[in-house]
Design a protein around this ligand. Structure first.
Ligand SMILES: Nc1ncnc2c1ncn2[C@@H]1O[C@H](COP(=O)(O)OP(=O)(O)OP(=O)(O)O)[C@@H](O)[C@H]1O
Ligand SMILES: [Mg+2]
Length: 469
């Protein structure tokens, strides 16, 4: 950046830019790259007067350096320059600063290259000599586009974060097995029935299977079969023509149609009425749907993932669920393990949620106290991962110290621990073994604190040491 005195200083940044901040906000930051100092000066003066903060550079290399250091919304760049030219700068900018827009400055005879630059991704070009109005107009439009671009990138980043959030956490053998099966069956078109207690992750498994399948470019459409009464559920699933029922004003596509080429997630399928079950079975057999209120049969290509926390085979034997539909759905059954059977996954998940809710609540809790961790691992989690997630969220919000202590855990979790505080010693146990068991259990309840355990047991601490040996 030393070869050209005129273009070396970030013009607007120091001089005119700073006076601007007093009066009004700077609109955007623009980098002007041209090997003609005169031109740089004229352009930055014009842009500065219009409220932009301007940096200048005499060639692509200098431009790149500024792009690395500053947040630049828009680059106005010449094409032919000594050292790095405008086209190369454009390509580099797309890598190091993807949210920056690019406008080409063209002289005579470079229009073709300018067009080429636009094919690569430049937004527009301005021709020398400039007209002030055209220049400002192009700059304004390019910045508008840049704003959208930046918003889009931000949205995508957040979406990635959310999807990352819904990654399946689990390291226990049962969970690894479940994930492996899910990956294996994802690419087939077979119907999958996800079973498992409430909160075990059936929905995130359904999304994951969809994402791992070759239908992932289309969407996964979810219908909760429990939330709607019969006719509304059918309208939701199959769509309707105008006048199909009172209130059906226009025609509407059903979820089956919307999910075409994608996945349809039938959540809580056990709650579906017997009449709707018949209709669903027919659709699954014929791969066509008919909207309520008539119309032609419509061909649909949909992969079904169904989920239930009910025992469907029991429902079949009790006549609440059609046997033929059950077999049709249960082509591949994936049973998700309960949290209490997942061993150390509780700790893994607790820390995962701690991280998430730290971020959400702008907190910086370092972890769990040994007592709280103990309570978390002893509890039986009837509400599974959902219950754990809620407990950690609450604990994060309520915690004042550096670590989550047991007093911010829900009472159910702490009481759950009590259940393990009584011993069941079968008749036939020797007195010695019974004594050992009681000492162990007491030590567990004090998190290994021998002094306190001795106090509770009414013996001396050294007696505990001795008995344990
Ligand atoms: N293995 C996991 N890793 C991370 N988060 C999980 C995991 N399993 C479940 N969750 C989270 O727990 C919550 C409950 O999961 P989900 O909704 O998938 O359960 P479900 O089995 O569909 O429950 P229900 O039968 O009550 O509908 C969600 O917030 C989900 O993101
Ligand atoms: Mg669910």
């Amino acid at each position: 950046m030393t070869e050209n005195k005129e273009t070396e200083t970030p013009l607007g940044a120091e001089a005119e830019g700073s006076s601007l901040t007093d009066q009004e906000e700077i609109k955007a930051t623009i980098l002007v790259v041209d090997d003609e100092p005169e031109l740089c000066r004229a352009l930055s003066k014009l842009l500065n007067r219009n409220g932009y903060q301007v940096f200048t550079a005499g060639n692509g290399e200098e431009g790149l350096m500024i792009l690395r250091q500053e947040t630049i919304h828009l680059v106005l760049s010449d094409l032919q320059m000594p050292r790095m030219g405008g086209l190369d700068l454009l390509k580099a900018a797309q890598v190091i600063s993807p949210a920056t827009e690019f406008v080409i400055i063209t002289g005579h005879g470079t229009i073709e290259t300018a067009v080429e630059a636009m094919k690569v991704g430049a937004y527009d070009f301005i021709e020398k000599p400039f007209s002030i109005t055209t220049t400002l107009k192009v700059v304004g439009k390019a910045l508008e586009k840049q704003h959208l671009l930046a918003e889009n990138l931000e949205l995508r980043r957040r979406l990635d974060e959310i999807q990352g959030m819904h990654d399946i956490i689990g390291n226990s053998d049962v969970m690894r097995d479940a994930m492996e099966t899910a990956k294996q069956v994802a690419s087939s078109t077979a119907t999958i029935l996800l079973t498992g207690e409430s909160g075990t992750g059936k929905e995130i498994f359904a999304s994951a299977i969809h994402r791992w399948s070759d239908r992932s470019k289309q969407s996964m459409v979810r219908v909760s079969c429990a939330a709607l009464p019969e006719t509304l559920l059918e309208a939701e699933l199959f769509g309707y023509e105008a006048g199909a029922f009172t209130g059906a004003v226009g025609r509407r596509q059903g979820r089956f149609e919307i999910a075409h080429r994608g996945t349809l997630f039938l959540d809580e399928v056990g709650e579906m009425s017997l009449t709707t079950q018949v209709k669903l079975l027919r659709v699954l057999q014929e791969n066509t749907i008919e909207r309520l209120g008539g119309g032609e049969p419509i061909q649909v290509d949909v992969r079904i993932i169904a989920a239930t926390n009910a025992d469907l085979s029991l429902a079949v034997s009790e006549g609440r669920f059609r046997e033929d539909l059950y077999y049709r759905l249960d082509v591949i059954n994936l049973e998700l393990p309960s949290l209490r059977d997942r061993g150390d996954d509780v700790i893994l998940l607790a820390n995962f949620f701690l991280h998430i809710y730290n971020e959400k609540n702008k907190k910086n809790l370092q972890g769990f106290s040994s007592g709280s961790l103990d309570a978390l691992t002893r509890y039986s989690w009837p509400g599974n991962v959902r219950e754990l997630e809620n407990a950690v969220e609450r604990a994060v919000v309520m915690s004042k110290g550096e670590f989550i202590s047991s007093d911010v855990l829900p009472r159910s979790v702490l009481q759950g621990r009590q259940r393990f505080d009584s011993l069941n010693i079968p008749v036939g146990t020797t007195l010695r073994d019974a004594e050992l068991k009681l000492i162990q259990a007491t030590l567990d309840s004090t998190n290994g604190d021998k002094e306190t355990a001795a106090y509770i047991l009414g013996i001396a601490a050294r007696t505990i040491y001795r008995k344990l040996q």
